[in-house]
Design a protein around this ligand. Structure first.
Ligand code: ATP
Ligand code: MG
Length: 403
């Protein structure tokens, strides 16, 4: 079995030694059957949360009332261990009102969303697959466990998960499941923005994003995502771009803002409740792209923007056909050959400047630094003590004449 499961096998063995059943479940089993790299490893067990906590020395209670305990095995590794459960009624179309712990694996698998996600695996690698998930994986289809509309009425997030998985796995959505989504699309209103954002980002970064964006439109789900209601046409435009090459959230959102021709960027990004850091980077990217469209990749832009963000803005422009393919090499070269990369690289510091000038601190320092940065970038002076002193004296003379 894949090496990644080794520690998990030890967890299963500990649970078994204490008289419980335990299996690998969820995405790690699906991805193993697909020969795909596995993400996090989830374990389902007949042990209750208290029993799990009693067996393992280091655990984190992330939702004992839903049966989930994290078992920490080392600094880098931890596993979600969840008690077999069935879900009660879902009155809010999103969360079960209550959950009941059960003793049977099959009952637990039945509450799971799609057949490909409702497969269990023993520590020996034997498959338990009551809903024929393996054959759906072979046929590359996403199908709900049980009747689609019932499952979507319970939890509307599953509709968006279906489209997200179709992107990540390049699977199609089985007919009844597709029809179910079309019928229940409006229930997506019940899902929090944060969950929509997380799913959309995964969707946009998936290998099958082109088909998934088409699905987002044909299922009607797009209309229940913030500010996308009127955007079926640009979403189809977006589908033509090489989105799967993007790995950064801010790059993805920058592309989205541009292709969707968003007018109020601030309002758009806020409505997706993105972290400040992402919003800031998107705004920066847009500014840089506008600047580059005016001036090209000049030294000053690369210096001000920094290497990583320059490359990100270039990636967005390149995807849009607005920049040359090989430009990233050029940007890197230009950045590396800049005489300084920030103010900190200037060999004389603020105190020394004041000494040279024999003046008090004041506004002149920041003006001088601005000019000095540019003089260095454009190689009008060298970043070396004597040359800098001379440049500073000349600058002060001109400054004194003007002020
Ligand atoms: P990923 O690779 O994205 O982690 P995953 O299948 O592991 O995919 P998770 O969100 O980690 O997805 O959930 C783990 C498992 O829990 C799923 O495989 C599925 O069996 C079950 N599950 C998760 N969310 C739902 C849901 N909304 N409804 C029903 N079952 C769910
Ligand atoms: Mg998972």
């Amino acid at each position: 079995m894949n090496k990644a499961f080794h520690q998990g096998i030890l967890i299963i063995e500990s649970l078994e030694k204490n008289g419980h059943e335990a299996y690998f479940v969820g995405g790690s089993v699906r991805d193993t059957l697909m020969n795909r790299a596995i993400g996090d490893i989830d374990i389902a067990t007949s042990a209750t949360p208290e029993e799990i906590q009693a067996i393992f020395p280091k655990t984190i209670d992330v939702g004992a009332e839903h049966g989930t305990i994290i078992v920490v095995t080392s600094e880098q590794e931890s596993y979600e261990v969840t008690t077999f459960r069935t879900d009660g009624i879902y009155t809010d179309n999103r969360h079960p009102d209550n959950v009941t712990f059960v003793k049977s694996l099959e009952e637990d698998l039945k509450r799971r969303d799609f057949t490909m996600n409702a497969i269990a695996m023993t520590k020996y690698g034997e498959i338990v697959d009551p809903f024929d998930g393996e054959s759906d994986i072979k046929r590359r289809v996403i199908r709900t466990v049980g009747k689609a509309t019932e499952r979507f009425k319970e939890d509307a997030l599953r509709m968006l998960r279906a489209v997200r998985f179709s992107s990540q796995l390049s699977f199609s959505v089985e007919r009844d499941t597709f029809d179910g989504i079309r019928k229940d699309q409006a229930l997506l209103e019940m899902v929090s923005v944060e969950r929509k954002t997380a799913e959309l980002e995964k969707l946009l970064m998936g290998q099958g994003v082109k088909e998934a964006l088409e699905l987002l439109v044909t299922t009607g789900l797009f209309a229940y995502l913030p500010h996308l209601g009127e955007k079926s046409k640009p979403l189809r435009e977006l589908a033509k771009l090489p989105l799967h090459e993007f790995h950064s959230r801010s790059a993805i959102w920058t592309l989205l803002v541009i292709v969707l021709k968003v007018e109020d960027v601030e309002c758009f990004l806020n409505s997706w409740k993105l972290p400040k850091k992402v919003t800031k980077a998107v705004n920066e990217n847009i500014k840089v792209i506008e600047q580059v469209q005016r001036t090209g990749w000049v030294k000053e832009v690369i210096y001000r923007t920094g290497l990583d963000q320059s490359l990100e803005a270039h990636q967005v422009m390149n995807a849009l056909g607005w920049d040359l393919q090989g430009m990233s090499v050029q940007i890197r070269k230009m950045y590396n050959s800049l005489p300084i990369h920030s103010l900190k690289d200037i060999v004389i510091d603020g105190n020394e400047l004041i000494n040279i000038a024999g003046e008090k601190r004041g506004k002149w320092i920041s003006l001088l630094y601005q000019d000095l940065e540019m003089a260095l970038i454009h190689e009008e002076t060298e970043n070396e003590r004597a040359a800098l002193k001379e440049w500073v004296c000349n600058w002060l003379q001109k400054y004194d004449q003007n002020y």
